[in-house]
Design a binder for this molecule. Structure first.
Ligand code: NAD
Ligand code: AHE
Ligand code: ZN
Ligand code: ZN
Length: 369
């Protein structure tokens, strides 16, 4: 059938709303109608051309809230009318990774997903007969999307999809990185670098973990208010610090923080985040996504002397089995999502969401269809 989609024809160019074709679901696949989608910095990163896996033309977007329209043969866990959140980290439940008990990084369909294709190696998206690539297995910047059954989390229908779409990436990633990856304990000190949707959600996670001190760092002074509202105890504008940000944090915390989180995607900041951790035990978690060819560096002595460098994808959360609980926690008020939505835009204005992000004026823009 035909649908409207925001096509990324090439890197560094605005998305173009086009009428394109989408094929129905094949075996093990599901057609969903998008109700809303957030715009994450990772979408901008890929559109910028910095993503080594970036493919064009493609339909970007990975923070969706949707309703099942049609299921392909063999699909047993979903039916039309179900409310779902697309998962860029699926959960097959049976692969080596899913059964390891050590990671959320299901690899059942990772290789085709990284090539912009469905698990059978083809695309369901095209324009005038020419294929368009899927993105992160989700392609939420369109009226409809086709996904494998294992890449959809069924959620409570009472949850507003124009809010809980943000649990498809930003909010879950930040909270999960603190609770699952770092496992921050009560009384711990925490530093968070970058206060977008991810960093602000790390603040939420640190509050849930009962951290004693939450130092929020950004270069945009307008982030201080929301950071403090969510529970940051300190705000540092990195541009106002005369010496190094690392030394400033070490001085504030009697030797460094117990945990730090990099939520920007800057390899320089990743180093700062590691090196502001306490000698002997401090742990730093990389969440930000760096561009092609970039590498992290530190003196090995930093690790020899007990600091730990980790990374986190989708907050270590297993989408099908654990994301529904995040939705329930939102409905009960334990997790804050509404506060992240600074702009709601019609689909036609999707490029404005990218502008607002680059101008530092939004936390999350939600696109409605
Ligand atoms: P965002 O654009 O909403 O926020 C980034 C924030 O970083 C902004 O507030 C900006 O002012 C701040 N910033 C920029 N340079 C800075 C600096 N030098 N020092 C301090 N602050 C600085 O981005 P987002 O959507 O929150 O995403 C953040 C990062 O996390 C991106 O790299 C994104 O690709 C990545 N990400 C990773 C995962 C994952 O699973 N690992 C998931 C989602 C997003
Ligand atoms: N394609 C990039 C890496 C992009 C990346 O790190 N993606 C994160 C999610 S960002 C969501 O906003 C992730 O979960 N990665 C795990 C995975 O398997 O992709 C590159 O460098 O090639
Ligand atoms: Zn994201
Ligand atoms: Zn798996």
């Amino acid at each position: 059938m035909k649908m409207k989609a925001a096509v990324a024809w090439q890197a560094k160019a605005p998305l173009e709303i086009e009428e394109i074709e989408i094929q129905g679901p094949k075996e093990g696949e599901v057609l969903v109608k998008m109700v809303a989608t957030g715009v994450c910095h990772t979408d901008a990163y890929t559109l910028s051309g910095a993503d080594p896996e970036g493919l064009f033309p493609s339909i970007l977007g990975h923070e969706g809230g949707a309703i099942v329209q049609e299921v392909g043969s063999g699909v047993t866990s979903l039916q039309p009318g179900d409310h779902v959140i697309p998962l860029y980290t699926p959960e097959c439940g049976t692969c080596k990774f899913c059964t390891s008990g050590k990671t959320n990084l299901c690899q059942a369909i990772r290789s085709t997903q990284g090539k912009g294709l469905m698990p059978d190696g083809t695309s369901r998206l095209s324009k005038d007969g020419k294929p368009i690539y899927h993105y992160m297995g989700t392609s939420t910047f369109a009226e409809y999307s086709v996904l494998p059954e294992i890449a959809l989390a069924k959620i409570n229908k009472e949850a507003p999809l124009e809010k809980v779409c943000l649990l498809g990436c930003g909010v879950t990633t930040g909270i999960g990185a603190v609770l699952n990856t770092a496992k921050v304990e009560p009384g711990a000190t925490v530093a968070i670098f970058g206060l977008g949707g991810i960093g602000l959600s790390c603040i939420q996670g640190a509050v849930l973990a009962k951290a004693s001190r939450i130092i929020a760092v950004d270069i945009n002074p307008e982030k201080e208010t929301i950071a403090r509202q969510l529970g940051a105890t300190d705000f540092l504008n990195a541009k106002d610090i005369s010496g190094s940000i690392t030394e400033a944090i070490i001085d504030m915390t009697d030797g460094g923080v117990d945990y730090s989180f990099e939520c920007v995607g800057s390899v320089k900041l990743m180093r700062d985040a590691l090196e502001c951790c306490h000698k002997g035990w401090g742990e730093s978690v990389i969440i930000g996504v760096a561009g092609a060819g970039e590498e992290i560096a530190t003196r090995p002595f930093q690790l020899v002397t007990g600091r730990v460098w980790k990374g986190s994808a989708f907050g270590g959360v297993k989408g099908r089995s654990q994301l529904p609980t995040y939705v329930e926690d939102y409905l009960s008020g334990k997790i804050k999502v509404d506060e992240m939505v600074t702009h709601v835009l019609p689909f036609e204005d999707i490029n404005k969401a990218f502008d607002l992000m680059h101008e530092g004026k939004s936390i999350r823009s939600v696109i409605t269809f």
